[in-house]
Write a protein that binds this ligand. Structure first.
Ligand code: ATP
Length: 240
C-alpha cells in the first residue's frame, strides 16, 4: 500500500483566472514532515487554499487518501482527514482552552465531539492540560499555537497543514510548538509545514520544497537543501 497521503500533481491556481502557483507537484507521506518554503508572496497560502478546497485549480489535481479531492467542498475535505491550522491561530480569546479545542469538532463535523475526545487529546500535552479552564487570551503565543494544533486534532486527521506556526513567536515558544509538530509525525500523521523561517523548517522536516514566484525551484531532503547553494544564498545568509 502506498504511503503517500497527499499528492499535488501539476497544480496551477490563483485568483480571477490569473495563476499564482504554477505546475506544483508535491507529495506528503505518512509519518513525514514536509516543508513548503518561500518568501512573502511566493504562493504558499494560495497552495494551502487550493488543497483545502477554498480555491479551485485551473489545472492539475489534488489527491488525498486515495481520492481526487480538488473539486470537493472544504468541509468534505476536512471530514476525510485533511485539516488546516491557519496562520494567526484564530482562537476565540473569551472561550476557555478546552472550549477552543472542542470547537474543532464542530468545524469539521458540525456537531459535538465523541465523549472524552477533548480530554484525551489535551491529556497528552501537560502544559495545556494545566491551563484547560483558562481563557485562551491568557495563554502565551506559543501555547495558543499548540491549542490551535490540538483543535485540528479533533478532526482525527491523517494530514495536518500548518500555515506559519512560528509567526510572531520567540525562540523558546517556537521550540515548544515544534516539539508538538514532531509528535504529530511520530503518531504517523503527514504534516505539510508552510514556513518563512527556513532554518527552523529544515531543522524539523524530512523533505522540503522551495517556492519562488509560484513555482518550485528546489526540492529534496531537508539536509540536502540546507546544504544547497540556492537555499543558503537566498534564505540562510545570516549563517555565513
Ligand atoms: P505570505 O507569507 O505573505 O502569505 P504566500 O507565499 O503565502 O505569502 P500568497 O498569500 O499565496 O503568498 O500570495 C501569492 C500571491 O497571490 C501574491 O502576489 C498575492 O498578492 C496574491 N494574492 C493572494 N491572495 C489574493 C486574492 N485573494 N486575490 C488576488 N490576489 C491574491
Amino acid at each position: 500500500m502506498s504511503q503517500t497521503l497527499l499528492r499535488l500533481e501539476g497544480l496551477t491556481a490563483g485568483y480571477h483566472g490569473q495563476p499564482v502557483i504554477n505546475d506544483l507537484s508535491v507529495r506528503v507521506d505518512r509519518g513525514e514532515i514536509v516543508a513548503l518554503l518561500g518568501a512573502n508572496g511566493a504562493g504558499k497560502t494560495t497552495t494551502l487554499k487550493t488543497i483545502t478546497g477554498l480555491i479551485r485549480p485551473q489545472a492539475g489535481r489534488v489527491l488525498f487518501d486515495g481520492a481526487v479531492i480538488h473539486d470537493w467542498p472544504p468541509h468534505r475535505i476536512a471530514r476525510r482527514g485533511l485539516v488546516l491550522v491557519p496562520e494567526g491561530r484564530r482562537l476565540f480569546p473569551r472561550l476557555s482552552v478546552q472550549e477552543n479545542v472542542e470547537l474543532g469538532a464542530y468545524s469539521v463535523a458540525g456537531r459535538p465531539s465523541e465523549p472524552g475526545l477533548v480530554e484525551e487529546i489535551i491529556r497528552k500535552f501537560p502544559v495545556i492540560q494545566e491551563r484547560s479552564r483558562q481563557l485562551a487570551a491568557t495563554l502565551s503565543g506559543g501555547e495558543q499555537q499548540v491549542v490551535a494544533i490540538l483543535r485540528a486534532l479533533m478532526a482525527s486527521p491523517k494530514v495536518v497543514l500548518l500555515d506559519e506556526p512560528s509567526l510572531g513567536l520567540a525562540p523558546r515558544p517556537v521550540r515548544q510548538v515544534f516539539e508538538v509538530i514532531a509528535r504529530l509525525k511520530e503518531q504517523g500523521l503527514g504534516v505539510l509545514l508552510v514556513e518563512q523561517n527556513v532554518r527552523l523548517a529544515l531543522g524539523i522536516a524530512q523533505r522540503a520544497y522551495v517556492l519562488e514566484g509560484g513555482r518550485i525551484v528546489a526540492e529534496g531532503s531537508a539536509a540536502s537543501l540546507a546544504d544547497s547553494e540556492l537555499v543558503r544564498r537566498a534564505y540562510l545568509r545570516s549563517s555565513g
